[in-house]
Design a protein around this ligand. Structure first.
Ligand SMILES: *Cc1c(COP(=O)(O)O)cnc(C)c1O
Length: 344
C-alpha cells in the first residue's frame, strides 16, 4: 500500500546539476553567472535585513514589478514575481493542465518540464526540433501548455520571437517562452505579449543577474492571464530580501550589461577554442556552449571532473549526446581548454 498518488510513486524525481561542496572546483555545469551580482544588491539586502525581517513581505512585490516594468517597457500589471522562474513554470502547470490534459515541449530541451507533468499527473509529449533545428510544425497541437526554452538548453539555439508568436496564435492552450537565457540573446518575446493572450514569458535572475542562490524570477503575460495565475500562488512566494535584491539588480542595468558583454566575448573564445580541438560547437545565444564530437564524450566529462572541472554530459534519446559548458571567466575557460587539449 502507498500513501501517495500513483504518479508520485512512479516518478523518478528531477536531478539538478551537481553542486559540489569543495570550492576549488571550476564549476561550468549549471550555467550560473561567472561574475558576482551588482554591489547595489548587497546594499539593498543590508537595508532590508535591518528593516524588513519582522514583517511579511509584499505579496505582489510591487517595488520589483514597477522597476522591472520600467526597464522592460511592459505594464506592472503583466508581471508576477516568483521564487525562481521554475516556480512560474509550476504555477502554469497547476493552473492549465487537467489530469487528462497534454503538456508539450520541443526536444531536446529542459528536462524539468517532464517532471512537472509527472507531478501534475498529466500527459507529456516531446516534439523534436526539425532537421534544420527549427521548432516543429504543429508544435502546440492538442496541448494545454507548451513550454519552449528560448534560447534553448542544452543547445543554446535561438528561435525568432515571431516564430513563437505564430505558434502561440495557432495554439489552443498557453505557450511559454522560457527566457531564462534571453539576457544573452539578440531578441525576446516581451514586445509580443500584447499581441496574443496565449503567449507567456518567464524570466530568471539566476543566469544574467548572478542571483541563482537567491531564487528569484518572474512571469510576464497579459493582465487577465496574470490575475488568474495570482489566485494559485503562495501568498508570500518571494521573500523580502529577494525582492530588495532583485529590484536593485534590475535597476543597475549598467553593471548588468557590462557583465553580459564580458560573457559574450568569452563565449566566442570558448566556442572557437572547442572548434580548434575538433569539437563542433553549436552557435550559442546563451551563457553556455553545446559541443559535440564523433568520439565518445562521457570519458572526456569524467576526466575533466577528475581534474577538478565540472561540465555537463547530456544524452537525449533520438538526438544524441553532447557536452554543455557554461561560459565561465576567461581564466576558467583557459584552464578548461588547456586540460581538454591534453585529454582529446
Ligand atoms: C536555469 C533555467 C531555469 C530556472 O531558472 P530559475 O530562475 O533558477 O528557477 C528555467 N528554464 C531554463 C531553461 C533554465 O535553464
Amino acid at each position: 500500500m502507498s500513501y501517495f498518488r500513483p504518479n508520485i510513486d512512479q516518478m523518478k524525481g528531477y536531478v539538478p546539476g551537481e553542486q559540489p561542496r569543495e570550492s576549488e572546483v571550476i564549476k561550468l555545469n549549471t550555467n550560473e553567472n561567472a561574475y558576482p551580482p551588482s554591489p547595489r544588491v548587497f546594499e539593498a539586502i543590508q537595508r532590508a535585513l535591518t528593516k524588513q525581517l519582522r514583517r511579511y513581505p509584499d505579496p505582489l512585490a510591487t517595488e520589483f514589478r514597477q522597476a522591472a516594468a520600467e526597464v522592460l517597457r511592459v505594464s506592472p500589471d503583466s508581471i508576477i514575481a516568483c521564487n525562481g522562474s521554475d516556480e512560474a513554470l509550476t504555477l502554469l502547470t497547476r493552473a492549465c493542465v487537467e489530469p487528462s490534459g497534454l503538456m508539450v515541449s520541443p526536444t531536446p530541451s529542459y528536462p524539468l518540464y517532464e517532471n512537472l507533468a509527472e507531478i501534475q499527473g498529466c500527459r507529456f509529449e516531446h516534439r523534436p526540433f526539425d532537421e534544420g533545428g527549427r521548432l516543429p510544425r504543429g508544435l502546440t497541437r492538442g496541448a494545454a501548455l507548451t513550454l519552449v526554452p528560448n534560447p534553448n538548453s542544452p543547445t543554446g539555439t535561438f528561435a525568432p520571437p515571431e516564430e513563437l508568436l505564430a505558434h502561440a496564435e495557432e495554439a489552443t492552450g498557453l505557450l511559454v517562452s522560457d527566457e531564462a537565457y534571453a539576457d544573452f540573446a539578440l531578441g525576446h518575446c516581451l514586445p509580443l505579449i500584447e499581441k496574443c493572450e496565449r503567449l507567456v514569458v518567464t524570466r530568471s535572475f539566476s543566469k544574467g543577474y548572478s542571483l541563482a542562490g537567491l531564487r528569484f524570477g518572474f512571469l510576464v503575460a497579459q493582465p487577465t492571464i496574470v490575475r488568474t495565475l495570482l489566485k494559485l500562488k503562495d501568498s508570500y512566494n518571494v521573500d523580502a530580501l529577494a525582492i530588495a535584491a532583485a529590484t536593485a539588480a534590475i535597476r543597475d542595468q549598467e553593471y548588468f550589461l557590462g557583465n553580459v558583454k564580458k560573457i559574450l566575448a568569452t563565449r566566442k573564445r570558448l566556442a572557437s577554442g572547442l572548434e580548434d580541438l575538433g569539437f563542433q560547437a553549436t552557435p550559442s545565444s546563451a551563457n553556455f556552449v553545446w559541443a559535440t564530437r564523433s568520439t565518445p564524450l562521457e570519458p572526456i566529462y569524467q576526466e575533466l571532473k577528475r581534474r577538478g572541472i565540472l561540465i555537463r554530459f547530456l544524452r537525449y534519446p533520438g538526438f544524441g549526446e553532447g557536452l554543455r559548458v557554461t561560459v565561465g571567466t576567461d581564466a576558467e575557460i583557459d584552464r578548461l581548454l588547456s586540460e581538454l587539449k591534453s585529454i582529446v
